[in-house]
Design a protein around this ligand. Structure first.
Ligand SMILES: [Zn+2]
Length: 89
């Protein structure tokens, strides 16, 4: 016999928090594994860091999936926002 849990706001809130905790822990584990990886197999590939935002010829480790560098040697966080740039956020 299947036991049905009552769907309450509290149940949803607790479940969402549990999901975010799992995402955080998984990202921490990915970071840990990527720190351990010697990145012995790096290949140039196009990399989409956000929907519609593609960097050509990024160096990506084929073992752990880490983006080692982009063609310009920069990560997206390093791009400088210039005066007059427009963003749709
Ligand atoms: Zn690696």
């Amino acid at each position: 016999m299947k036991i049905m849990k009552e769907i309450t706001d509290e149940f949803i809130k607790v479940s969402v928090e549990k999901c975010y905790k799992q995402i955080r822990e998984t990202n921490e584990e990915l970071d840990r594994l990527r720190d351990l990886c010697p990145h012995n197999e790096v290949k140039k590939e196009d990399y989409m860091w956000a929907p519609g935002h593609i960097v050509n010829n990024a160096s990506i480790c084929q073992i752990c999936g880490k983006v080692i560098s982009t063609e310009e040697g920069m990560y997206w966080q390093d791009y400088i926002i210039k005066e007059g740039d427009e963003y749709d956020n």
